[in-house]
Design a protein around this ligand. Structure first.
Ligand code: HSE
Length: 324
């Protein structure tokens, strides 16, 4: 058995405008790079090699190790029906070390905590000879999300794990559906350098919604899924609307509406908040348009005196993977 594995785990865009807590997709870049090792040092240890980024080093608070602990507990339970060989491996393990080499900035709205959680459980599962499928691993990565923001939402961890576009059709029981999407779809992302904690961004959400808003919202969710499956860019664009969450959260992002207008003027199919923000994403039909859109959004933030970073990416089809 290998004792160390290095994993790339992608950033993700959750909600995708209309699909709060249910829709998400994975990006080619940025992502986390994390090593997972089985060691002789007792317990779970975390080493942060990412200069300048703070992260919890307590295994009960770090999303990666919270997810790993949930995964290990499951494997040790009788419910897992692990093979005799795996049970003896589990008994022999003294410690696990997680080393962060590259890390998506926490609080950026592109699934930083999910990328780490997915990397941890995926890496260990690979070291153990893949006793569980990627779909089964989603549930444990979700426990990392719970530690990060108080809610075990799966709309970042599912695409981080599986790649592409994913739908959480149901949370109980968990039912994750992968959605086919056109190859000519690109993402412009701008990350204004302010922090919005998911926990805080969830507090501003309405507790109840009007039926007329719900009708519009589920029309858009269905429209977006249909547009992705048909490769219909115009339908994708028309469906990238959110009448429930965007009005509540956009005030948390100074300059949001100017950046969105700039993205649309530069040719985006649609533009909205990435996850709980402050990053904003725009879907575009070519990489060149995505490039122009990212610059247009960036400019509005720069003009408003807000430092920002941009990314242009295709959709990541594979999700978390072993690095060679
Ligand atoms: N669906 C989650 C939220 C995603 O919007 O709170 C967090 O990135």
């Amino acid at each position: 058995m290998n004792h160390t594995i290095k994993i790339f785990s992608p950033a993700t865009v959750a909600n995708v405008a209309c699909g709060f807590d249910v829709l998400g997709f994975a990006l080619e870049t940025p992502g986390d790079v994390i090593s997972v090792s089985i060691t002789d040092v007792p317990g779970i240890t975390i080493r942060n090699e990412v200069t300048g980024l703070n992260m919890p080093l307590d295994p009960d608070k770090n999303t990666t190790t919270v997810a790993i602990k949930a995964y290990l507990e499951y494997l040790k339970s009788s419910q897992a029906k692990a093979s005799a060989e795996l049970i003896s491996v589990l008994k022999g393990i003294k410690g696990i070390e997680v080393v962060f080499h590259e890390k998506i900035k926490p609080g950026s709205g592109v699934g930083s905590s999910s990328a780490s959680a997915a990397a941890g459980v995926f890496g260990l599962n690979e070291l153990f000879g893949k006793p569980l499928t990627k779909v089964q691993l989603v549930e444990f990565a979700m426990q990392g999300e719970r530690a990060a923001c108080g809610a075990a939402h799966a709309d970042n961890v599912a695409p981080a794990m599986l790649g592409g576009f994913t739908l959480v059709r149901s949370y109980s029981p968990l039912d994750i559906v992968t959605i086919p999407y056109p190859q000519d779809l690109f993402v412009a992302l701008v990350h204004p350098q302010i922090e919005v904690r998911t926990e805080d961004a969830r507090k501003v959400l309405p507790k109840e919604i009007k039926l007329t808003d719900a009708v519009q919202q589920w029309g858009n969710v269905a429209g977006l899924v249909a547009g992705l499956m048909k490769g219909d860019h115009a339908l994708i664009g028309r469906s990238l609307q959110d009448v429930i969450v965007e009005p509540a959260r956009s005030p948390l992002i100074p300059g949001y509406h100017a950046a969105k207008q700039a993205a649309m003027d530069a040719g985006a199919l649609g533009c909205n908040i990435s996850g709980s923000g402050p990053s904003m994403f725009a879907l575009c039909s070519t990489r060149a348009i995505a490039q122009a859109v990212s610059q247009a959004m960036s400019q509005t933030f720069t003009q408003a005196g807000i430092d920002n970073h941009v990314y242009v990416s295709g959709i990541n089809a594979d999700g978390v993977r072993v690095m060679n």
